[in-house]
Design a protein around this ligand. Structure first.
Ligand SMILES: *Cc1c(COP(=O)(O)O)cnc(C)c1O
Length: 422
């Protein structure tokens, strides 16, 4: 459930009419709901009641510091994948001992920053990364807490670009190497193995692949313990899918996921770390856009809107479905098939094809739903389109949490070399 609902024929974000935000901030604009973010955290936390579970929100899904602060106040930690994300999480008040550092290509500088901050653990993805972390920790006279990210070679049955748990993917340590690498950690003076980590992909719509991966992790933990390793944390990654398309089969509920985790891992006496990103932020945000033109082609009809693939790239990148609704609830029931497209000079700049839509007039607003995760964070400035603003709603209040980039800001990023100076 989210807090984007119609009232009296107009779409609201909590208690704020979206038309008010469009008037004051302009379009396109991302709009997030505080109540929805908080609700998602609470629903997810409730699903793991009785377990020693820590929610480390995957910052890459939506890294605006106001969003992170909202989540920090709701008690979450953070899963970060870069120095930038680490800095954001710390600045938002997320305690270092609730931060895990993931990613296949951590630089020595990033390792040093994580060590200096005192983060909970590094999720290490390769043998050479392990050696580097030992070196960096040694230079700082520290011991780095390490979990190895294992690759369980299971098919997450999601889009290829967000599938990470097969042996052909770049992620994780292959099953045959895992045990030897834990032995290696024992030999390295500046590392301490604290856990095991697994993350098989994103937007998972069934529990079976997760259960298959977790079952493999359980047997791994048992055999590691037999070899004398102390395994205190099991990090299960993120990946639980969210409903994008009304009427399609919904993904598993967090409560079902929690039950499966309890059944599969409950007996191991470990702290469970969870890294949901999309589940927390996805349906807590929309992209508000304005219809520019209603273009009648020979075979198709196009709604040309002011948002484009540079603002929300999921449809172009993953063929992702987003529900798109008019902000003014249409009075009639007539639906016409339209392609909803942006102004960017790419045929891929298409949010949907032949979608039955109500008749909307130029100047009216549309809400592209489920855009709170992997939306603004993946936006760019292709076609010299400035980054769009982000707004956070809280009850009757709203605040611009990232202003629209100005064209002056954008152009000022370029530098003229001497030989081209006038
Ligand atoms: C992307 C990612 C997540 C978050 O995935 P969601 O599908 O958004 O929940 C968690 N952990 C790792 C390691 C990731 O790469």
């Amino acid at each position: 459930m989210d807090h984007f609902q119609y009232r009296g024929g107009h779409l609201f974000a909590e208690d704020v009419p979206l038309t008010d935000i469009a008037e004051q901030v302009g379009t396109p604009v991302y709009v997030y709901s505080t109540a929805t973010l908080e609700r998602h955290v609470n629903v997810f936390r409730d699903a793991f009641e009785g377990l020693d579970a820590l929610i480390c929100y995957a910052v890459k899904a939506n890294s605006n510091q106001a969003v992170l602060k909202t989540l920090a106040r709701a008690g979450t930690g953070a899963d970060v994948v870069s120095l930038g994300e680490l800095r954001r999480a710390l600045a938002a008040g997320i305690p270092a001992d609730k931060i895990v550092f993931a990613g296949v290509g951590k630089t020595p500088e990033e390792m040093a920053a994580g060590l200096d901050a005192g983060i909970l653990q590094f999720n290490v993805e390769s043998a050479p990364e392990l050696e580097m972390l030992n070196t960096v920790a040694g230079q700082r006279s520290r011991t780095a807490p390490v979990s190895l990210r294992v690759n369980p070679d299971v098919d997450a049955k999601t889009h290829a670009k967000i599938s990470t748990g097969r042996s052909e993917n770049k992620f994780g340590i292959s099953w045959t190497q895992v045990s030897g690498l834990y032995d290696r950690i024992r030999d390295l003076p500046h590392l301490e193995a604290v856990g095991v980590d697994v993350h098989i992909g994103s937007q998972l719509t069934a529990l079976d692949p997760l259960k298959a991966a977790f079952t493999k992790v359980v047997s791994l933990v048992r055999s590691l313990r037999q070899n004398g390793h102390v395994i205190r944390h099991i990090d299960l990654g993120g990946g639980l899918g969210i409903p994008y398309e009304p009427g399609s089969a919904p993904p598993p509920l967090p409560s079902d996921y929690g039950r499966m985790v309890r059944e599969t891992l409950g007996g191991l006496d470990c702290r469970i770390i969870l890294e949901p990103g999309r589940l927390i932020a996805g349906n807590a945000g929309i992209l508000l856009t304005k219809l520019l033109y209603d273009k009648h082609g020979d075979e198709r009809r196009f709604y040309i809107v002011d948002a484009a693939m540079n603002d929300l790239s999921r449809p172009a990148m993953y063929e992702a479905y987003h529900d798109i609704v008019p902000v003014n609830d249409p009075s009639g029931t007539e639906r016409i098939p339209v392609d909803i497209v942006g102004p960017v000079c790419e045929s891929g700049d298409t949010f949907t094809r032949a979608r039955p839509m109500p008749v909307v007039r130029p100047g009216e607003l549309l809400a592209i739903k489920s855009a709170g995760a992997y939306g603004a964070v993946m936006s760019g400035t292709y076609n010299s389109r400035p980054l769009v603003p982000e707004v956070l709603v809280n009850g009757t209040d709203f605040h611009v949490i990232r202003p629209r980039q100005t064209l002056d800001d954008l152009l000022a990023l370029d530098r003229t070399p001497d030989w081209l100076a006038d």
